[in-house]
Design a protein around this ligand. Structure first.
Ligand code: JF5
Length: 233
């Protein structure tokens, strides 16, 4: 997969996406990631990217011209152009799975007060939020989404890192995990996990997942019930 990012702060991306699993995915050619500076698409001496809002009010908006030029320069027919910000639809693991099937993603990272609405009307295919809070710009949200998508690309996770039993893969939170020693500071690993009874272990884990989800994220169970009782259209 190819991912392009258009940002005012390209330096923010070096580091987080240059370590660990994402570093390996890039080195192996499974993910091609290129960061572009929006200022490179300006033509004036001051490399102006923002301006005051029509109608007045506080703050600045990103002006449309550099963004249109950048997107027109980088996007192809198959490109999905994604805007990040608090008014986007909530990003989920299901959206991560869908995005991981795309050939080319282009992330537009806003700053200041955001984008001229014509960018949304003409250039943007989807607008995503990573949660109900406000950040200084869309760079961290872009990195979060790139990380969640890249680890789902074919061959990126090794067998030991498999995403099959992790939280959200079955709509539930993960069950508790233990490793050696079997007793540590008086705290014992649940007997069932040492028993070798694979079917009973699986049943225990499922029960733990349900309990934990009920306790911490009842909204996830409600969603599951809703999707299981939904009538086919
Ligand atoms: C941003 C205008 C972008 O604050 C966010 C954000 C919160 N959840 N998901 C994204 O993005 C930065 C702020 C204001 C555009």
């Amino acid at each position: 997969m190819k991912i392009d990012v258009i940002t005012l702060f390209p330096g923010m991306f070096t580091g987080p996406l240059d370590e660990s699993i994402i570093k390996r995915a890039r080195a192996e050619g499974r993910l091609e990631l290129v960061i572009h500076n929006l200022r490179d698409y300006t033509h004036d001496r001051h490399k102006t990217v923002d301006d005051k809002p029509f109608g007045g009010g506080p703050g600045m908006l990103l002006k449309p011209e550099p963004i249109f030029e950048a997107v027109e320069n980088l996007a192809r027919d198959e490109t999905k152009v994604i805007l990040l910000g608090p008014i986007g639809r909530p990003f989920t693991q299901a959206i991560a799975r869908e995005l991981s099937e795309e050939k080319h993603l282009l992330f537009l990272c806003g700053s200041y007060e955001g984008f001229d609405e014509r960018v949304r009307e003409q250039l943007v295919d989807d607008e995503l939020s990573i949660g109900d809070y406000v950040l200084t710009n869309g760079n961290l949200p872009a990195m979060v989404i790139i990380d969640a998508v890249a680890r789902l690309l074919p061959g990126v996770l090794g067998d030991d890192e498999s995403s099959h039993e992790e939280s959200f893969s079955n709509g539930l939170l993960e069950y508790p995990h233990y490793t050696r020693p079997a007793e540590y500071r008086g705290m014992k690993v649940p007997e069932i996990l040492l028993s070798g009874h694979h079917a009973q272990i699986a049943a225990w884990r499922e029960e733990q997942s349900r309990r934990r989800t009920q306790e911490r994220r009842p909204d996830l169970l409600a969603q599951q019930d809703a999707s299981q009782s939904a009538q086919p259209e």
